[in-house]
Design a binder for this molecule. Structure first.
Ligand SMILES: Cc1ncc(COP(=O)(O)O)c(C=O)c1O
Length: 491
């Protein structure tokens, strides 16, 4: 049995947002599809790197990445709808490469005690594009570190230490980030204990409401649930009474989009109970969802905004925390004293990436292409019973596969099946929460390529569906003929 438990038959930690790298099906794909050279490289990688769920052992080896494409060492090309969400501007954008080459010639590092022009320009630009009146910036080498800077700042500003965040969320692998995260893989068993005071609540997940309320075609029945998920955040803030911050992705990267009004309600609860609101926009920021920042869909401004991933233009590791000006309160302490804090190359990468996103109209493009793609996914759902739900915003889309539409039974085997079939046809994406096909293409994608990717997906879903339902019919037939042949028990 493979699936959300990573093929461990239920004994290992459960996987959630990440995708299993331990399943039998993956091992079979590697054995069949990689040639001797690629297999040797993947084997060598596994020999030298520490193994961990989600990353090592690897699936394959890449030798080139350009635009929306990655090319493996055998020369096969895949449209990359995964890209760890770093590739808003695609891979190797010529303008970014040229800017970095110039920067390499000018200045490659700013040692402690020195600032530099690109770092200052980046801070100014981030303050300009951030929502509301967020205006002070701190850079970090990765998302996890930036989240932890935000946690420290929230503690310092409020004099409190507790947080409220969502189960199943991922906020990074550091001790602090994993503590506010809600994934078993990163917080249980081997690595504990983490930070104290990190309260968790069930997330908005309208298609599979953890509070048991029904949905209507993936949308919440607000008349019934009355947005209990937002109310529960308020409840915990009230009962604890001394929470420093609520930490969350405004749109979950799975993806899951909050019910309308969710963030307004949580913002009001934070304000009522003296808690800050920290938005982790590491995967959703910089245009991915069809607004520069996902929180802008709801018109809610956080106190601290955290960015990462695509900020480095699919080239370099850059993350940032952007906070309210009046939260600049830790002058006597150090909350993000990173060696590469003001590295001019990293700053140039971020600055140029933002310029490309703005100049090429990638935010509007994500909104337009995303709406078209979502309509096409709705259409697919109408034809394929394997698809239980389709959802998303902009070019962050998801297809939730189910074995049974009425029961919404997740179909992790089918999700893996669709993935490997799609890889064979030149499309790569991530499987999230076991059964969600997570589609996150570069925002520069041509309409024709997006259409082709959706064609591939539909073909693969249809094939997997036929495979699944044929196998199921066979089981039913065998069970029926077995029961007919079984000797009657004596009366
Ligand atoms: C929502 C979210 N927060 C934080 C992180 C951590 O970022 P990094 O891997 O750069 O530490 C990730 C990375 O996947 C993420 O998706």
């Amino acid at each position: 049995m493979t699936g959300i438990d990573g093929g461990r038959g239920g004994f290992g930690p459960r996987q959630s947002e990440g995708e299993t790298n331990l399943s039998e099906r993956r091992r079979r794909w590697v054995a069949r599809r990689l040639d001797a050279g690629a297999r040797a490289l993947v084997r060598e990688d596994a020999r030298h790197f520490v193994h961990q769920a989600i990353s090592t052992p690897c699936l394959n080896a890449v030798r080139k990445a350009e635009g929306i494409w990655i090319e493996d060492v055998q020369g096969r090309r895949f449209m990359d709808f995964h890209g760890n969400n770093v590739h808003q501007i695609g891979y190797g954008h010529p303008r970014l490469i040229a800017a970095l080459k110039r920067q390499f010639d000018e200045l490659t590092f700013a040692p402690r005690r020195f600032t530099c022009e690109p770092a200052v320009a980046l801070a100014r630009r981030l303050a300009a594009i951030a929502p509301g009146r967020l205006g002070k910036v701190l850079m970090a080498p990765g998302g996890s570190e930036a989240i932890e800077m935000a946690l420290k700042l929230a503690r310092a500003a409020t004099g409190r230490f507790k947080t409220v965040s969502f189960w199943d969320a991922f906020h990074g692998a550091g001790f602090g980030a994993a503590a506010v995260g809600g994934e078993q893989l990163f917080r249980s068993g081997a690595v504990g204990p983490l930070l104290p005071g990190t309260e968790h609540v069930a997330p908005f997940t309208c298609y599979r409401c953890p509070y048991g309320y029904p949905d209507e075609d993936g949308r919440p029945r607000l008349d019934l649930c009355r947005m209990v998920c937002a109310d529960f955040v308020r409840y915990v803030l009230e009962k604890e009474g001394d929470v420093a911050a609520v930490v969350a992705e405004p749109i979950r990267a799975v993806p899951y989009v909050p019910p309308p009004g969710f963030w307004k309600a949580v913002r009001a609860a934070c304000d009522a109970h003296g808690a800050l609101l920290i938005f982790d926009e590491i995967p959703t920021g910089l245009g991915r969802t069809g607004r520069m920042f996902a929180c802008q869909h709801d018109g809610v401004v956080p106190d601290i905004l955290v960015l990462g991933k695509g900020l480095g233009g699919a080239a370099l590791p850059v993350a940032a925390m952007v906070c309210r000006r009046d939260l600049d309160v830790v002058g006597d302490y150090a909350i993000g004293h990173y060696t590469h804090e003001k590295n001019p190359l990293l700053a140039r990468a971020a600055l140029t990436t933002i310029e490309i996103i703005e100049d090429e109209g990638l935010v509007e493009r994500a909104a337009r292409l995303g709406a078209r793609a979502l309509a096409r996914l709705e259409d697919m759902k109408a034809r394929h019973p394997l698809i239980g739900d389709v959802r998303g915003k902009g070019l962050l889309l998801g297809i939730d596969l189910v074995g049974d539409r009425a029961a919404k039974t997740p179909a992790p085997e089918a999700a893996e099946g669709v993935l490997y079939r799609a890889l064979d046809r030149g499309l790569s994406f991530k499987v999230s929460m076991g059964s969600v096909l997570n589609l996150s293409p570069p925002l520069i994608i041509a309409e024709a390529d997006l259409d082709r990717a959706l064609d591939i997906l539909e073909t693969c879903v249809a094939e997997e569906e036929a495979h699944l339902f044929t196998a199921r019919a066979g089981r039913v037939r065998r069970a029926r003929s077995g029961s007919r042949q079984r000797p009657r028990s004596p009366r």
